[in-house]
Design a binder for this molecule. Structure first.
Ligand SMILES: [Zn+2]
Length: 481
């Protein structure tokens, strides 16, 4: 039984929202299999056309009022406001979904693309990541326009095509906006879809909602060792496998600094008042004339070390190194392997670029006959760190605080800024926006998120979906009217 509704408040706002109709329209979108293949050519773009056609049918006000541009297979929709002196606000998301893991199709209670709705849930791939938020954003805009709203501030909707793979759609849309000289007030992209227990940060039993203001970098370093192979009875100079193993081991053993970067300082500042677990409790206790932030800064190294000691928070405080792929081993024990490659995946903290990673790997392996290169098409340096002291963050905080509250105290759930380990499309707008907020008001219980996102039986409750729509309507009212 889903429990996340315990954190909901003001579900009586917008009483003419029809939960069943909302669920039906989301289900219709979930039935369109916008799965992105690993490559452009492997993607069925016809499904994206079908999704756009469905959007046009379901959200006539949005498509009548908006200027709709197709950027590749992505959709950039601009709803012009009357006051051009106001920077536009942008809601973004991705229309693509990941495939169902082959062999697990039968594990789904209802088919991943069946668009099934029951009394409690809306089922399907994308129900959390993130067709729900994309369609929910459209619902919110449609609701406002259908009620005669006139926008003062311009709203941009940027719906990407390949967030799960190449991120080319968002990259292209970000470039289009930059070329036009647009500067956004702020943007909202997907967050982590849940009300989070703050236990990993030392505050067990306290709940909050995370807003990622930065993304770690991503780099795939490719190691190649060339060899003609031959009979294994004379491995003079070593085999390609042996050399590659040595290279992998060196990179994996290489320790990057443990440090508290700005977004994680913000996390710990937000969480500090609630921390009850040692050693963090003592470290984060301010002196009489200090703020919480002062305490975080004063004990940054100790806090970073404490976070590094826990599995959940370890990747937040260091650049991680994970050897993931190896190819080319011999099929036979008495035959030496020929050319071999391996991939080592890095996730970089702010301040560490792809070039830094490549240079460091080359330095460590300089004495080995290994070619070291970067898969540039998938590698991204860390995003910029967005500001949390501006209007965008505070309005999201205020509206989230209206709809998501602690059932025990009645207090608004704290909004906890931080960094995400995975890459998303939001950083493609760094050039036009200094407040890229990755936040989901479309939430589920933690176990639902863990199982459903990229897994089996992805689903969202009708109630949670409707609450996300309420949040978005309210956010748009506060920002646009
Ligand atoms: Zn996503």
């Amino acid at each position: 039984m889903a429990e996340v509704w315990r954190y909901f408040a003001h579900e009586d706002d917008y009483p003419d929202l029809d939960e069943a109709a909302l669920a039906g329209r989301l289900a219709a979108a979930l039935a369109v299999p916008t799965v992105d293949g690993p490559t452009r050519e492997g993607t069925d773009w016809v499904a994206f056309d079908a999704l756009e056609a469905l959007f046009r049918a379901q959200y006539p006000y949005v498509f009548a009022a908006g200027t709709v541009e197709r950027v590749d297979h992505s959709l950039l929709i601009t709803l012009a406001g009357s006051d051009m002196s106001l920077d536009p606000m942008l809601l973004m998301g991705h229309m693509d979904v990941v495939p169902v893991v082959p062999g697990t199709e039968a594990d789904w209670t209802h088919g991943a693309f069946s668009g099934f709705v029951d009394d409690e849930y809306i089922w399907g791939r994308g129900a959390l990541d993130m067709t729900d938020q994309v369609v929910g954003d459209l619902e919110a805009v449609e609701y406002l326009l259908a009620h005669g709203a006139r926008l003062r501030r311009t709203l941009v909707l940027a719906l990407g095509q390949d967030e799960e793979t190449l991120q080319s759609g968002a990259r292209a849309m970000g470039r289009v906006l930059a070329e036009r000289g647009v500067h956004l007030a702020f943007l909202v992209d997907e967050g982590d879809y849940e009300v989070a227990d703050l236990a990993p940060y030392g505050a067990p039993g306290v709940c909050g909602m995370r807003v990622a203001v930065a993304e770690k970098g991503y780099a795939d370093v490719v190691l190649t060792v060339r060899s003609a192979g031959g009979h294994s009875s004379n491995p003079f100079g070593g085999t390609s496998l042996g050399i590659l193993a040595e290279a992998i081991a060196r990179l994996a053993r290489d320790e990057w600094p443990v440090e508290l970067t700005e977004p994680v300082r913000q996390t710990m500042t937000a969480v500090a008042p609630f921390v009850s677990v040692e050693p963090l409790r003592t470290l984060l206790k301010p002196e009489p004339d200090q703020t919480w932030r002062d305490a975080v800064d004063a004990h940054a190294d100790g806090v970073a070390r404490a976070l590094a000691a826990r599995r959940e928070t370890y990747p937040l405080v260091t650049t991680t190194v994970a050897p993931t792929m190896i190819r080319g081993g011999s099929a036979q024990a008495n035959v030496m392997p020929q050319d071999m490659t391996a991939v080592v995946n890095y996730r970089m903290l702010p301040g560490v670029t792809c070039e830094d990673v490549l240079a460091r790997a080359r330095g460590l392996l300089a004495d080995l006959p290994v070619e070291v290169s970067l898969r540039t098409e998938v590698s991204n340096s860390p995003s910029a760190v967005s500001r949390t002291d501006g209007w965008g963050f505070s309005v999201v905080e205020r509206v989230a605080g209206r709809y998501f509250r602690d059932p025990g105290t009645g207090q608004a759930l704290p909004l906890v800024p931080g960094i995400v380990v995975g890459a998303s499309d939001a950083q493609m707008y760094d050039g036009v926006c200094d407040a890229c907020l990755r936040f989901s008001a479309f939430v589920a219980d933690a176990d639902e998120v863990a199982r459903g996102v990229h897994g089996t039986n992805e689903r969202i409750t009708r109630r949670a979906y409707a609450q996300g729509v309420r949040f978005t309507i309210r956010l748009l009212e506060e920002c646009l009217l």
